[in-house]
Ligand binder design. Sequence first.
Ligand SMILES: C[S@@+](CC[C@H](N)C(=O)[O-])C[C@H]1O[C@@H](n2cnc3c(N)ncnc32)[C@H](O)[C@@H]1O
Length: 214
Amino acid sequence: MNKQFFLFGVLSLIMFVFPVFPGCAQSPDAEIDRRVQEFLNSPGRGYANVPTSDGKLLHEIILKNNYKSALEIGTSTGVSGIWIALALSKTGGKLITIDIDETRHKQALENFERAGLSDYIDARLADAHELVPALEGPFDFIFSDADKYWYQNYFEAVDPKLVVKGCYTTHNVSDQGGGQNSGYLNFLKQLPNYETTVNNNGSGMAISYKKSEK
Ligand SMILES: C[S@@+](CC[C@H](N)C(=O)[O-])C[C@H]1O[C@@H](n2cnc3c(N)ncnc32)[C@H](O)[C@@H]1O
């Protein structure tokens, strides 16, 4: 057989056969999806992680709006960070996430690696009270999930760095059954340049879209 024909035949066979085997010719997206699913299905969670429905909600908001520059306050062991970074891996964005607790921060780094998302995450070990006001921005997506009594201070520090049409999400806020963090929710709702709704499906999420600068 002619050598060129032989090589052409072998190459065609490789291109035809490899997509059949998972892991051989998967797109980077499919490989990350697979590793994230594997991580989320594995037993054992860290400290106060978001439930799956809230993780999916964060993921959906980022994809729907094609956000690319995200900030998370309160990493814990990285479950919400993984949902956020999974979406950012599809929009081509990046997440800065902050936690003050060294053990959780280290566990989060391991989890990000395991999920194949480290390239999309800049995880900082710091006191968010100090780091958040010092961050430059701009951001188009924020997830606030650290110390609740500081929620309004975080919001006020980040607001000037959040772009118009950006979204500020806050965890553990609800307007049902007594209303978690209701004082903070009232603060969000009276802001003239934000449209705030509440999703009560998981642990409660305030979703605040910035309509204009002032
Ligand atoms: C509810 S957990 C975050 C859960 C995480 N978002 C998840 O779903 O996987 C809150 C985290 O905020 C962190 N935290 C509390 N106060 C903080 C501060 N001043 N600066 C940075 N992190 C803080 C805690 O260490 C804790 O890990």
